[in-house]
Design a protein around this ligand. Structure first.
Ligand SMILES: CC(C)(COP(=O)(O)OP(=O)(O)OC[C@H]1O[C@@H](n2cnc3c(N)ncnc32)[C@H](O)[C@@H]1OP(=O)(O)O)[C@@H](O)C(=O)NCCC(=O)NCCS
Length: 218
């Protein structure tokens, strides 16, 4: 089995761990050896905290070629301002895991990068391109031809129209829908339940149906 370290904790980290547990029910693939977390010291859901999120700790584990990482610290609050937390670790690209829940349906014509997690009952259409460090939460639908750039985040039950482009770090809240062909700008934030009918500029926060601008993420 490959060994997995999840960077994060309660929240995204535990959801990713839960997906890994389900993957292992089908085929023993990953041994979760623990979390890296700056705040917790007690085990999280039975998995130990291996240390803080530092390059020193990461370097120790990189010595074992069978250890892989998953970075979960992307959310409405942990946006581009905190990306250095990942980049400073200098983890080689080939040491990030990609995890797909066994109930997810992923077209054979979709492309997936590294550090990607696809959660239960997600449907990824044909010719979708998902880059790196992208998390897609339960029951979301990614329409054919959509492009999800690095660090984009799709919360549960989102419905992404065909050929939509989520630019770097775009965050789509729970239960959002988007019209086809539009783009969601870099590090834009789409509030829960929004219906997005037109392009969202970079670093822009929108909410509602139809969605309207309420601020920036800068
Ligand atoms: C958009 C969001 C980040 C809040 O941003 P914010 O800048 O703190 O906004 P505020 O809470 O100050 O609200 C500003 C205004 O937008 C409204 N608003 C906020 N979120 C909204 C939403 N999703 N839909 C409609 N209106 C919303 C508020 O009611 C408020 O309106 P008012 O000025 O008329 O009182 C948050 O509401 C949200 O939707 N987060 C996404 C949650 C999510 O999907 N999580 C993933 C699963 S855990």
């Amino acid at each position: 089995m490959k060994k997995l370290i999840i960077i994060g904790g309660y929240g995204n980290g535990t959801v990713v761990a839960s997906t890994v547990e389900d993957v292992n029910l089908q085929k023993q693939e990953w041994e979760i050896i623990g979390f890296l977390n700056d705040r917790e010291t007690n085990p999280i859901n039975g998995y130990p905290i291996l240390g803080k999120i530092t390059k020193e700790v990461v370097d120790q584990y990189l010595e074992d070629e069978n250890v892989f990482f998953f970075y979960t610290l992307i959310s409405t609050k942990l946006n581009h301002k905190f990306l250095h937390k990942l980049l400073d670790l200098e983890i080689p690209d080939n040491r990030f895991a990609t995890i797909i829940h066994p109930t997810a349906v992923v077209s054979k014509f979709a492309k997936l990068g590294y550090g990607v997690c696809i959660q239960p009952f997600v449907n990824i259409g044909p010719n979708v391109e998902i880059k790196n460090h992208v998390q897609i939460y339960a029951q979301s639908l990614v329409g054919h031809g959509a492009k999800l750039d690095n660090y984009s985040y799709v919360a549960n039950n989102a419905c992404i129209g065909a050929d939509v482009h989520l630019k770097e770090g775009a965050y789509l809240g729970t239960n959002c829908s988007t019209l086809e062909f539009i783009s969601l700008g870099k590090w834009s934030l789409i509030g829960i339940g929004s219906v997005v009918l037109k392009d969202v500029p970079d670093y822009t926060k929108v909410v509602g149906n139809p969605s309207r601008e309420i601020g920036t993420t800068k």
